[in-house]
Design a protein around this ligand. Structure first.
Ligand code: COA
Length: 619
């Protein structure tokens, strides 16, 4: 891959080894255009839309009766779209020449971070490396995990979650945290998958791998998505057992969740497609239905070496816990498959027995934005000082660049309003400067509106790295008032009973990041742009080493070290490696990812949930 370029289109679209969230859109212009070309297009473009709201009566758009006289549930989504989206005002997304300098600076930074992102993706796509893949596929006669997903999932792109998790950890690189997770369709139904990559230290589970599996289960529970586990794991990575075993959010929680999910009527199916030892053995055994593959699938608490050590007797892995034994004798698996291909076909058949309704196959008619998504690279702020008006970003994400703004002239450092993404109605809450008192009150009001109207909320977060320090009593008073207003918005966000999706488009700093639905506020999905910075404070605002005790020494070199560390720890890659988010997405793919998430979230509204609450217990 040429430096500075994203993976080529063919590689991305034809090859499932890359996640869909990092694929450039098929009809987008090359990712990093010659700069002159991009800028010419940006600065010369005329606003195509009509910024005035249409006053046309509904009848003229083909509706026989005004929708307002129908109960909302009887109005088709198509009719809703016609009624609302096409009458919202069109945003003016032209980037004025006064912003040219900032746009260019942002674009240069985006080129650098996208290059780094592509390199890291390339690295993790190779799992444990070429030798490990050869050993896995040739000696152990198993399919590489990404090939397995190709056989399992419908022939469509899937949403891979946190592909960069596990890189550069204190205990080394664990590509993709040793297991792939994501959401893809099987038989038309959106499912969460968790698939061990046995080329990474025999698929053993590291602390970050536990975190990744637990997050996948949380997503399944929050969005009521059925789950499929492809298990090929040597259990706990023993040298780190103390970070894996004893605590509540450690390994055992995965098995606990399996029971709870089953009781919640979230079906789970597992495939034993390799050695499943110790902890690796419980995942399929706790699943509602399990398939085991002849010759390559084995399942036991202690393998042949331990049996030999304890009894002096040699027993082959297959005799100890192979497919025939578990299908005919122990009952730990429910289906015997003679090959990997047969196993994934079996899973598809099992899923078709779940009586789970896929989303109706209707396409909601919608318009694309009027402005190119490639220009988001110049709008993605290099740092907080390079932030341009957020409506320029919204005009590149919303259908027809149309936006029904709420309280446009009040608390303008927060932009709130309604729009559509691929036909889905959403409430938008977007940072446009520091979250002032008025902006926070407006945010609280708007979030409650969305909650009352059952409208999913999109948060576009770019929070200020540093609140100005008060220099007078009256300013200190103003700060307290702002604190109170922010607290009310936090409460509104935490309690809004609607799906929430957060995209960090710039800074994710300090307490304002909670107000803008950061990770601890439990959004259904949270993604970062590669330029994002995540930290309590910005390193540039650190003027002295925080002192402990009575010491007041200021050591310049220590300050420099601290700043450097803060700088490294604030990058989007550092965050994603630790699973503080669900992955990094390219700005120009944001609309596609949001639309996919909205569809995924919507699936649960089509399921019938029975009143009883008990898990299916293996007999
Ligand atoms: N903890 C730490 N490292 C482990 C491990 C474990 N539980 N299991 C395997 N590994 C490491 C191996 O040391 C090897 O490392 P290396 O590549 O640096 O040499 C790597 O994983 C691959 O193991 P290997 O045995 O060569 O691969 P394999 O495909 O032939 O077998 C297993 C994989 C998992 C079936 C086999 O290694 C095994 O049975 N491991 C023991 C599992 C166990 O006892 N788990 C108990 C957990 S409580």
């Amino acid at each position: 891959m040429a430096p500075g370029q994203a993976p080529s289109e063919t590689a991305m679209w034809n090859n499932i080894t890359f996640c869909s969230i990092c694929k450039p859109s098929p009809n987008s212009t090359p990712l990093l255009l010659p700069r002159g070309l991009t800028l010419d297009r940006v600065f010369q473009r005329k606003c195509k839309g009509n910024s005035k709201p249409s006053t046309q009566p509904l009848q003229s758009e083909g509706l026989k009766r005004p929708c307002s006289v129908l109960p909302s549930r009887l109005v088709s989504s198509k009719a809703k779209f016609r009624r609302y989206a096409k009458t919202y005002p069109v945003l003016d997304g032209r980037v004025l020449s006064v912003y040219r300098h900032v746009f260019e600076e942002n674009l240069r930074n985006s080129e650098a971070v996208v290059k780094r992102y592509s390199e890291l993706l390339e690295l993790v796509s190779k799992g444990g490396g070429e030798n490990a893949i050869l050993r896995h596929t040739q000696r152990n006669k198993k399919l590489f995990v990404r090939e397995r997903l190709k056989l399992l999932l419908d022939d469509e792109s899937f949403l891979e979650l946190s592909p960069l998790a596990g890189l550069n950890m204190p205990y080394g690189d664990v590509p993709a945290a040793g297991c792939l997770t994501g959401i893809g369709k099987i038989c038309g139904v959106w499912c969460v998958f968790t698939a061990n990559d046995a080329t990474v230290k025999g698929g053993t589970i590291y602390p970050i791998g536990v975190k990744k599996q637990l997050r996948a289960q949380e997503i399944a529970m929050q969005n009521r998505l059925l789950s499929v586990y492809l298990v090929d794991s040597g259990g706990a990575f023993l040298p780190l057992q103390s970070e894996l075993f004893p605590d509540k959010a450690h390994g055992g929680r995965v098995f606990y969740n399996e029971a709870i999910m089953s009781a919640m009527k979230i079906p789970q199916v597992a495939v034993v497609c390799g050695s499943c030892v110790a902890g690796g053995a419980y995942v399929p055994t706790m699943a509602e239905e399990a398939v085991i593959i002849d010759k390559i699938g084995t399942l036991f608490l202690a393998g042949p070496p331990l049996v030999k050590a304890a009894t002096g007797e040699y027993v082959s892995p297959e005799d100890l816990g192979g497919a025939k034994l578990h299908s005919k004798v122990s009952g730990c698996s429910d289906h015997f498959a003679s090959s990997e291909k047969e196993a994934y076909e079996c899973v598809r058949n099992v899923i078709s027995t779940l009586n789970y309704e896929p989303l109706p196959d209707e396409v909601i008619e919608h318009d694309g934005p009027l402005y190119s998504s490639d220009e988001l690279l110049g709008l993605a702020p290099r740092d907080y000082r390079c932030t341009l008006p957020v409506k320029l970003i919204l005009s590149r994400l919303l259908d027809g660049s149309r936006f029904q703004e709420f309280k446009a002239d009040y608390g303008t450092t927060l932009v709130t309003g309604f729009g559509h993404v691929e036909g889905h109605l959403v409430g938008v809450v977007a940072s446009n400067g520091e979250l002032t008192h008025d902006a926070s009150l407006k945010g609280s009001h708007f979030v409650q509106l969305c909650s009352h109207r059952s409208i999913p909320i999109l948060f576009f977060q770019n929070t200020a790295p540093h609140a100005a320090e008060p220099t007078s009593i009256s300013q200190a008073e103003a700060h307290s008032n702002r604190l109170k207003a922010q607290a009310s918005m936090m409460a509104a966000v935490a309690c809004a009973a609607v799906p929430k999706i957060t995209i960090v488009i710039g800074g994710c700093y300090g307490s304002e990041s909670y107000v803008m639905c950061g990770r601890s506020f439990g959004p259904n999905f949270l993604f970062l742009w590669p330029n994002a910075r995540v930290a309590l404070v910005d390193s540039r605002h650190l003027t002295a080493v925080p002192q402990t005790g009575d010491s007041d020494s200021t050591d310049e070199s220590e300050l420099k070290r601290l700043k450097q560390r803060l700088e490294e720890e604030s990058s989007a890659f550092y965050s994603s490696a630790r699973l503080w988010d669900d992955g990094i997405i390219l700005p120009q793919n944001t609309r596609k990812v949001i639309a996919q998430c909205l569809q995924i979230i919507q699936q649960q509204t089509y399921q019938v949930i029975p009143p009883y609450q008990h898990p299916v217990i293996r007999m």
